[in-house]
Design a protein around this ligand. Structure first.
Ligand code: ADP
Length: 403
């Protein structure tokens, strides 16, 4: 048994999960939050049901990693840090350079750095995390698992935008997609458990969370995905618009006097569920406002979200030449039965989908299962996602290859 850590470093947080591999047994998990603040939060869950929570100052990411490693030792989760054979890092943007996970050597981390303009909130923070671990665990192998890698199998006509082609080439402006690790995980589970590992399967995977994306997967490979150059594209989200007529940007600027950058922020942070409902980016609040107060804008936000999701599913049905299975995953996909119902109701007539309302209502909070009936022409399943285990698996496999 060897230990591998899966890490997701953001601008002010580090999430971590330690596994025994290859059994994929979770040994502990935790988070350092509010890095850069005097009242940082550290949490660790270990030994089955044990938990520790501390309020501590986190000067920087290194202080976070320092506390993680010292807690692993003091709580006797590991006897020595050498037991950790690899650290797998989540990386949001791998550009056109990575179609699978890779070792975090100088060459590859330089590419992650070069891609910062495409993921300004993420790639820089991932590198800070990698360097913090490198300082404290200099001889531990570190690997990179990219949210974009799974989408690298798209054909050119699926990822090129119809802008002047020389710009596409010069600046690599194209669809990269997101949530690739999640789509990969849930589709692998689906093919094995719900499609008997048959070849040529056609799956539409709906990762619906505060960020959402829908992906068409043929024979285990991504052929189309809804997110674009950045995670702003695709379906409507918590605070993001999803796809828009690009002239909306120009028109808002000309009418309001706001700058391009102001409107870009508005599209990223003040739109989607929050912007349409005027209530919240959280679908639970919007659902409550509709059910408790019959709030019209809450209803509009829900209807808009469901229709945009259904539009993509319809488009991907055509792109795949049919569909064997639809997957729901992530915060909304795993927990929000009402939203699943609304999406499926938009698809019912065209695709002869039939679902069991009671089973749908019961398949929440980490439960996995089929929510469609035997009569349904397309199987519909809920599969809780697990990006961390994919990151740990890839890190472990790369570690084995270096031995
Ligand atoms: P992130 O992109 O932050 O990982 P998640 O996939 O965890 O997001 O999704 C979080 C979102 O899921 C919340 O903002 C909320 O909109 C939605 N959500 C979570 N639980 C429920 C629920 N029980 N009912 C409705 N929506 C939910």
């Amino acid at each position: 048994m060897e230990k591998v850590m899966s890490v997701n470093a953001g601008s002010s947080s580090i999430k971590f999960k330690l596994y025994d591999m290859p059994e994929e047994k979770v040994i502990c998990s935790g988070i350092c939050e509010r890095i850069g603040h005097d009242d940082g939060i550290f949490e660790i869950k270990y030994g089955g049901d044990k938990k520790e929570r501390l309020i501590v100052p986190f000067k920087d990411h290194e202080a976070g990693v320092d506390l993680i490693t010292s807690k692993l030792l003091s709580l006797k989760i590991v006897n020595s840090l050498d037991e950790i054979k690899a650290i797998g890092n989540r990386i949001v943007q791998g550009g056109k350079y990575f179609n699978k996970s890779a070792i975090a050597n100088d060459e590859n981390t330089a590419i992650v750095r070069k891609l910062i303009p495409l993921a300004p909130l993420h790639n820089g923070a991932h590198l800070v995390g990698i360097n913090a671990f490198k300082k404290l665990l200099p001889s531990t192998l570190q690997t990179l698992t990219f949210d974009t890698a799974f989408h690298q199998t798209m054909e050119e006509q699926d990822y090129v935008f119809p802008i002047p082609y020389d710009l596409t080439v010069k600046y690599d402006i194209r669809r990269y997609g997101a949530h690739g690790t999640s789509h990969r995980y849930v589709s692998e589970v689906a093919i094995k458990k719900y499609l008997d590992s048959k070849p040529n399967t056609k799956i539409i995977s709906c990762h619906l969370g505060s960020g959402s994306s829908i992906t068409a997967i043929k024979d285990g490979k991504c052929i189309a995905t809804s997110m674009g150059l950045t995670p702003l594209g695709g379906i409507m989200m918590g605070t993001r618009t999803g796809d828009l007529d690009p002239s909306v940007m120009n028109y808002i600027c000309s009418q309001t006097g706001l700058s391009v950058s102001d409107v870009y922020t508005m599209f990223n942070k003040e739109s989607g569920f929050l912007g349409v409902s005027g209530i919240s980016n959280d679908t639970r609040d919007v659902e409550n406002a509709y059910f408790n107060d019959n709030n019209k804008r809450a209803k509009l936000a829900i209807d808009l979200f469901a229709r945009r999701a259904a539009d993509f599913i319809g488009q991907y049905f055509v792109r795949l030449g049919g569909c064997d299975l639809i997957i729901f995953t992530a915060g909304i996909g795993e927990n929000a039965a009402y939203y699943r119902e609304k999406v499926l109701d938009n698809l019912k007539e065209a695709f002869h989908i039939d679902y069991d309302k009671d089973i749908n209502n019961a398949t929440i909070k980490g439960k996995e299962g089929v929510i469609s009936t035997k009569e349904s022409k397309i199987k519909v399943v809920v599969i809780p996602t697990d990006e961390e285990v994919v990151i740990a698996r890839d890190a472990y496999n790369l570690y084995k290859q270096t031995k």
